[in-house]
Design a protein around this ligand. Structure first.
Ligand code: ATR
Length: 316
């Protein structure tokens, strides 16, 4: 199934047309054209009965600031940020929610206006565009990681031993979040050793109770978590070295990649009888939380999941 299927196969979820009162959200990234977020978020917005739309824009990093200012000036409800914008945005928003401060990245921005009493309120609460507007940055990725591991793999994080592959943006957030969940031991493996060492150092400083090792475990683990991009392409190698670690030494495998829905890693794990899940849950939970931040309503999770699953699950 072609990657562009999110653009081709998703049925229009809205009954009402776009009018002069339609409100907008968007995702910015580069590249962006294969993003699943518009399909998921528009399904959610339609199910909530909102006359809002969620758009996707290809924004180069050197124009992120002007793109954020543009959305603010046009009184968008909010935006999501994806690769390569999550760190850059930290310095570009007017204020940071505790989630963005804790995890050091912004994937969700909510625009807020000043009400008559001088309080900042989400733009959805204003019938007429307020004069003064600010941007507030959140991070919904980190919570989505632990939620997906708990719900999709039935994994108990406290006390767990985890082999984490990848120490880029996603790997760092995962490592810190897992440490905050009181895992017992983390093994960090990354092609570029210095990045894994940097993450290990940060964990030792912030979460000293967690034992962190750079390199493969000698014994068994409860989970392998793939946060590298290896597996996105069919010809990719496995994200770990089978000479140094055997899949039979883990109980479960989570791959943050959701397309393809079954990577080489997940196939290997499944064949070895391990519990497996792909990154669809993470995508869903981070998006659901963003929707809740913007709308103030519970996200219609089942509807949003269905919008994602249609194009993601492909016949093998
Ligand atoms: P993201 O925000 O998705 O984490 P990233 O920060 O670019 O993106 O991180 C990509 C991850 O995949 C990194 O861990 C990267 O390893 P390096 O830190 O050594 O770059 C890993 N990765 C990408 N291509 C790889 C490859 N061919 N072999 C091994 N690891 C790879």
């Amino acid at each position: 199934m072609a990657e562009s299927d999110y653009n081709q196969r998703v049925p229009e979820p809205f009954q009402d047309p776009i009018t002069a009162t339609t409100r907008f959200c968007a995702v910015y990234g580069q590249p962006i054209q294969h993003s699943a977020s518009p399909a998921m978020q528009n399904a959610g917005l339609a199910a909530l009965g909102l006359n809002w739309r969620y758009l996707a824009f290809e924004v180069p990093p050197d124009e992120l600031r002007v793109a954020l200012n543009g959305a603010q000036a046009m009184r968008f409800i909010g935006v999501n940020l994806t690769v390569p914008h999550k760190l850059l945005a930290l310095k570009m928003v007017d204020a940071l929610d505790a989630s963005a401060r804790t995890w050091g990245a912004v994937n969700t921005v909510r625009f807020e206006g000043r009400d008559r009493r001088g309080r900042w309120r989400p733009l959805r609460e204003f019938a007429e565009a307020p004069r003064k507007v600010r941007s507030l940055g959140f991070n919904t990725d980190a919570d989505a990681i632990s939620q997906a591991l708990r719900e999709d793999l039935r994994l108990k994080l406290a006390g767990a031993k985890i082999l984490l592959l990848g120490a880029g943006g996603a790997g760092r957030t995962a490592a810190l979040k897992l440490a905050s969940e009181k895992v017992k031991e983390l093994f960090l493996v990354n092609r570029t050793l210095s990045k894994a060492e940097g993450v290990a150092k940060e964990i030792r400083r912030r979460y000293p109770a967690v034992k962190v090792t750079v390199g493969y475990p000698t014994g068994s683990v409860n989970l392998i978590l793939n946060a590298t991009s290896l597996g996105l392409k069919p010809a990719d190698a496995l994200p770990f070295d089978e000479k140094q670690f055997s899949i039979s030494r883990t109980q479960a495998v989570y791959d943050m990649i959701y397309r393809p829905s079954r990577t080489r890693l997940l196939k290997l794990a499944k064949a070895a009888g391990r519990r497996t899940a792909n990154g669809l849950g993470m995508l869903l939970y981070q998006g659901a939380k963003s929707l809740e931040i913007w709308t103030g309503k519970n996200a219609p999770l089942a509807v949003m999941r269905r919008a994602l699953e249609k194009p993601v699950r492909k016949p093998e």
